[in-house]
Design a binder for this molecule. Structure first.
Ligand SMILES: [Ca+2]
Ligand SMILES: [Ca+2]
Length: 133
C-alpha cells in the first residue's frame, strides 16, 4: 500500500469520532456488532465491513466500509455473509426491514463465519435489532 493511503487512513481514524474503534480485518471491538460481506469475517477476501451500536431498521441506506475506513458505496442490503457480536447483549439479524421475516440471533461474544446455514441465510440481512437494556 502507498504511504499516503496509510497516512490518510490514520488521519481519518484520528479526526472522525468513533472510527478509531471500528474494525476492519475481521476484528470487532467491544460494544459493537460487526457485519461482513464475506464468509469467515472476510478472511482472504475483499474487506467490506461495518459495525453498529444501535438498531438499524433498514440496511438499504447503509454502505460497506473498506479496509482503510473509506466508503465502498456498495449497499449493505442483502449482502451480509458473516457477523461478530461484542455488544454485551444479543443481536437479531432479520431478513426484511423493520425486523420481520427469517431471523437469527447472535449472543454476546459469539460470531458466525457462515450465515448460509442459519435461518437468516446468506446475503439476506436487511435489519438488525439490538437487545441491550
Ligand atoms: Ca439503515
Ligand atoms: Ca433481506
Amino acid at each position: 500500500m502507498r504511504l499516503s493511503t496509510v497516512v490518510a487512513a490514520v488521519l481519518l481514524a484520528l479526526i472522525v469520532p468513533g472510527v478509531a474503534e471500528a474494525s476492519p480485518g475481521g476484528a470487532c471491538f467491544q460494544g459493537r456488532v460487526c457485519l461482513y460481506a464475506g464468509f469467515a469475517f472476510n478472511r482472504s477476501q475483499v474487506d467490506l465491513w461495518r459495525d453498529f451500536v444501535h438498531d438499524d431498521t433498514n440496511l438499504a441506506d447503509d454502505t460497506w466500509l473498506k479496509w482503510d475506513y473509506t466508503d465502498s458505496w456498495h449497499t449493505m442490503d442483502n449482502a451480509t455473509s458473516s457477523a461478530r457480536n461484542r455488544l454485551g447483549c444479543p443481536v437479531t439479524l432479520w431478513q426484511n426491514p423493520y425486523f420481520t421475516g427469517a431471523h437469527s440471533t447472535l449472543d454476546h461474544a459469539t460470531g458466525d463465519g457462515f450465515l448460509a446455514n442459519n435461518a437468516i441465510g446468506n446475503n439476506r440481512v436487511s435489519s438488525l435489532d439490538i437487545w441491550c437494556r
